[in-house]
Write a protein that binds this ligand. Structure first.
Ligand code: FEO
Length: 392
């Protein structure tokens, strides 16, 4: 696409990656993504905020065809989907200075070759006058790397946020007009990379609270011309308050665990609890991550195989442990033929979450009446904890 006007002197540039279907070789991107860059022209100086994934740098270079000078290349985050085209930009604009934080500079030097004298370092709160408009840099660490910062233009009331508030969504819409679709993309993005840093993000949200904003301009997905919508979503996601829901990732091999899982779903629903079951054979890990953003409880369902938990369930537990959702309670259910150490394996894999665990429920062979009674007891225990916390 051609450059798109945001305000006089400010344009969206970048690349829409319609066909990308996986990020970090881990998370699925059902709706593609974009890498947004922003050209900000003052009366005296011109700045480019962020670049694009290097495989798409030709699109950015075409958009810069008529741009004769860039004085400042502002790098808010060192990850390659935003920084990867820095060398090609510096080649075209040899006079440009790379404006970034000391932490980001160190990372960039690990990732690519940039001459020492090309850096202009900025501290938290520093400003950069362009003539008629000024950029202010605000450190917002851990969204989702330690060096991340955002850039504020008070004259334009725009906050440029890189990954913060971003969404993996390829669209021709410049702004988040399709609210439901963007919400889905932004929540998925938060769940997959931001959630482990929830408590630090609370502080970052506090830090930007006082800024007067008409637009939030992230470096993935559409811009927000009603910034309060995405800020409210983030405030909810990072809050300590969980919802009345159970996430139930499971695998079944010969139907015994599946019968346990379906009985438990029904028992929880009878008690007013929402359940998100995920058969891990067909699960999109991003959907699983999204359901973990709000849930109060996680229950893992596994058959015993190879003397332990099913490897797909171990993976789900490992992922949940790494994502560090606000989930408070945990359970393990399943089936076995002759034995194994699934409970010990899964409990230790979930250790980061510091869950209050319910008594595990395992059936030998196919589930019997005594096992269904144990599942009723588990459902009652979960509903009771949710009630205690005011979630039901
Ligand atoms: Fe979009 Fe952390 O890079």
């Amino acid at each position: 696409m051609k450059p798109r006007l945001i305000k006089p002197g400010i344009h969206w540039l970048g690349a829409v990656d319609w066909n990308r279907r996986i990020f970090d070789s881990l998370m699925l991107l059902p709706d593609g993504t974009s890498y947004n860059a922003y050209l900000v022209e003052g009366e005296e100086k011109t700045a480019l905020i962020d670049t694009v994934e290097p495989t798409m740098s030709n699109l950015l270079m075409q958009q810069l065809d008529g741009v004769h000078k860039i004085d400042y290349l502002i790098v808010q985050h060192a990850e390659q989907d935003h920084s990867g085209s820095i060398p090609i930009i510096l080649e075209k604009y040899p006079g440009a200075m790379v404006v970034t934080s000391p932490k980001c500079k160190a990372m960039l030097k690990d990732l690519m070759t940039i001459p020492e004298d090309k850096f202009k370092l900025v501290n938290d709160g520093d400003t950069l006058p362009l003539g008629g408009r000024t950029l202010t840099f605000i450190y917002t660490p851990w969204v989702h790397w330690p060096e991340t910062m955002v850039t504020y233009s008070p004259q334009d009331r725009i906050l440029f946020t890189c990954d913060f508030f971003g969404s993996h969504l390829a669209t021709t819409e410049l702004y988040a007009v399709d609210r439901k679709r963007v919400y889905e993309g932004a929540k998925r993005y938060y769940a997959e990379i931001m959630m482990p840093f929830r408590t630090i993000i609370q502080k970052n949200l506090e830090k930007i609270k006082g800024l007067e904003m008409d637009i939030i301009a992230p470096s993935h997905g559409p811009l927000y011309d009603s910034p309060q919508t995405i800020i409210s979503d983030y405030l909810e996601w990072v809050s300590d308050k969980a919802k009345n829901s159970v996430v139930l990732p499971y695998v079944s091999m010969h139907d015994s665990t599946a019968r346990m899982v379906h009985y438990l779903i029904s028992a929880l629903v009878d008690r007013g609890v929402t359940v998100y079951p995920f058969d891990l054979v067909v699960t999109d890990p991003g959907k699983l991550a999204m359901s973990l953003v709000d849930a109060a409880t996680i229950v893992l369902g596994t058959p015993m195989v190879l003397a332990g938990a099913h490897p797909k369930v171990v993976y789900a537990a490992f992922l949940a442990n790494a994502l560090r959702p606000k989930v408070k309670y945990g359970g393990i259910i399943g089936s076995f033929g002759w034995g194994g150490k699934a409970v010990e394996q899964l409990s230790s894999t979930l250790a980061n979450l510091k869950l209050e665990m319910f008594e595990p429920v395992f059936c030998k062979g196919q589930p019997k009446e005594v096992d269904f009674q144990a599942l009723d007891k588990l459902a009652e225990g979960i509903a009771g904890k949710h009630r205690e916390n005011g979630l039901i």
